[in-house]
Each structure stands twice: as structure tokens, then as C-alpha cells.
Design a protein around this ligand. Sequence first.
Ligand code: UDP
Length: 411
Amino acid sequence: MLESVNLKRKTLEDYIPFVGEEEVERIRRLSRSLKGLRVLHVNATAYGGGVVELLNSTLPLLNDLGLAAHWALLCREESFFAVTKGLHNALQGKRFELDARARDTYLRRNAECAKMLDAEYDVIVVHDPQPAALRHFHAKGGARWVWRCHIDTSEPDKAAWDFLRPFVEEHDAAVFTLETFVPPDLRLPRVMIAPAIDPLTSKNLDLPIAACRTIVKEFGLDLGRPILLQVSRFDPWKDPLGVLEVYGRVKESIRGLQLAFIGGMADDDPEGWRIYEQVKEKAQAHRDIFLYTNLTGVHAFEVNCFQRAADVVIQKSIREGFGLVVSEGLWKRAAVVAGNVGGIPLQIQDGESGFLAAGTEEFSERIVRLLGDEALRGRFGEKGREAVRERFLITRLVREELELYARLTSG
Ligand code: UDP
């Protein structure tokens, strides 16, 4: 058996205060014909990154609706994760040397894991490139298979995509965040579903600002001076070194500015530590840069506090899947400046609910403007919260998942 992840318990009715009774009733109605449906989601890790956030919230709600949802992990192996991180980057356009050994590592792991998939399911959803060949090696059973791709695969590295495409195309459907992410030559029915955040997790629960400030102060920040925040994995696409550069530039005009950089480590991401060391070395020269990871005590609740206490939240991504952290910031009425890439422009209406930016100059200029204008920060905050309420809360994602399962299983 593959390692399974224990699911939390959630109740759909608890979301009525956020989305209203009508939406909850609509979801319950949709779920009626799907009661008992056996759904399995497979990904590579139970810790770190946006996919984990999504599964942690969506699957308990599917269970509350009477489906039988399960979450299983691919068996861990460092050499496998080194290959899959390379494939992940390659699908986002970076060159990757996919030699015979890497192919063999990838396929061997998928074949072994497929053998361990012994129960019967009606729908199996595999997330991202790591388990994309499971379906190939798991010929048995009558399940419908879905490849859920969370990244921007619009311009994949040719060799990597040529390798993966035949496996991907054995699925019954693919799900992407945006139409523009779909690789141009993919021959497979596709559905667009954007991710969403859960307002009832310790990451996103409403908290009194005074409590958040107390926590942030405990971590060493001076509440009398402005705080700039980025929360992201240490990943080249999140541009951590670019964040330091932007900070340096903004600090030329806002002398007291502090930077809090929270960068969790995902256990399927072997690149993280290397980049963390680079950031740490550069940050050492600055007294006012605070670097945290999940290993130094900054977990979901603390991230929540930092996102609420920061004066400006940035997400300096240069490539992005969706960028859940953006919705997380907007939901907390933070003033957000984020890269104009991937799913970020879905979430921010530039100049209305936040700023979209590219490059050090643009980021710095927008941040300085926001730090000097409390009213603008307040306006962005209110609009951002409403935008997330309308489009990026977990109930919408659950509804769209149900619609997908209904379509897949109705033949
Ligand atoms: N995150 C976290 N701690 C960290 C870094 C990231 O809890 O130190 C969370 C972040 O709050 C968000 C998720 O990890 O919920 C990242 O999702 P996103 O879609 O922004 O990026 P991904 O890592 O999936 O590319």
C-alpha cells in the first residue's frame, strides 16, 4: 500500500459565514449523485507547497459530502525527487539533462508505486510530474484517471515534455489552472480549475491584529518600523535573491524598513537548502533581514500572523503556477505587490486590489508608494479580501472538483 495521509475533519456548513447558504446548498445538491464515490489523490509530499494546502482542505470537505476521499504519497527517495524537481523545472521551461539514468529512476519509482496501489477507486487524481507515469504502470481497475498539473507548462523543455507526454496522455483528462498553461500539443480533454484557500485553517483564520503583532515581535521584529514580507519556498522561480535586491533598493528611501523572509522547506524539493544558503549568506550583511523556515518555528499559524502584521506583502515570482500566497495575503487585507506571472494576475486587479510588477525597479517603486500611503493600503486590502471571497475560497474549488468527477464518471 502507498503511504496514506491522515485527513482532518471539516464541515461544509462552517463555511456559510463566508460564502452564504445558497452556495453551500448548491454544493450539497451537486454531491448527492456522487455519494460513496471512491476518490484517490496522489502527490509527492504531505509537507510544503501549495498542493499540500489544497489537499488538506479539499479532501476532508469531499468526505463531509459523503464521498470516500483518500490521499496517498509516492514512496520517498532522494534520487527520485532530484529527477522530479528537474522535470518540474523543465516543464516550466528550464533546460534539464534527462539522461538514461534519470529516466530509469523516474520510471522505476512510478512502476514500484503503481504496484503498491492495491485498492479500488472510481477516480484517481495524480498531481504534477512526480506521479505522471503511475497510470501507465497501473493497468488494472476501472478508475478514471486525471493528471492535475499545477505549474505553467506552456513552454516546456522539449526533451522533458517528449518523455512525459505519452504517460500524461494515458489519463482521461488533465486539469490546469489556466488555459494558457496547457502545452500546445497535448492531446487530452482538459478542464480549468484555479486553486483556492481555506479560511478555516490556522494559516488563514481571522485573528486579532494585536495577537499577530505580539507573535511577530517575539520573532525579533521591531513593530515601530515598517515590515516587508515574502513567504515562499526557496525556489529560483520565486526569485529569493531578487527579493533581497528589491529590499535593498526600497531601503534607500525607507531607512527603517525590515524584511521578513519566510521560506519553508518541502521534502520533495532538494533545491531548497542550496538556495537557502545563498540567501542566508547575502542576508547576513543586513541587520534588518529576518530569515525563517518551518525548521525555525515558523509554521502555518505564524505565517498567518506575519501576513497580517506586515505593511506590504510581496511575491516576486518570475514564473508561477497559481501562487496561493497571494490569495492568502489578499484575504488578510494585506497590501500585496506580486509578479505579473502565472495565476497571479487572476488574483490581483492591478492598481485596484494590489499591484502587479516585474523587475526590481517596478517592485521597489510600488512598495515605496504603498508604504507612504496608508489609505491606498486600506483600499487594496478591502478589495483584495472581496476578490478572494468571490473567487478563491475552497468551497468553489470543491464545487468544481465535484463537477469534474460527475463528468468523468457519467461516461
Ligand atoms: N508556505 C508556508 N511556509 C513557508 C513557505 C510557504 O506555509 O515557509 C506555504 C504558503 O503559505 C502557501 C504554500 O506554502 O500556502 C505555497 O503555495 P504557492 O501556491 O504560493 O506556491 P508553491 O510552493 O506551491 O509553488
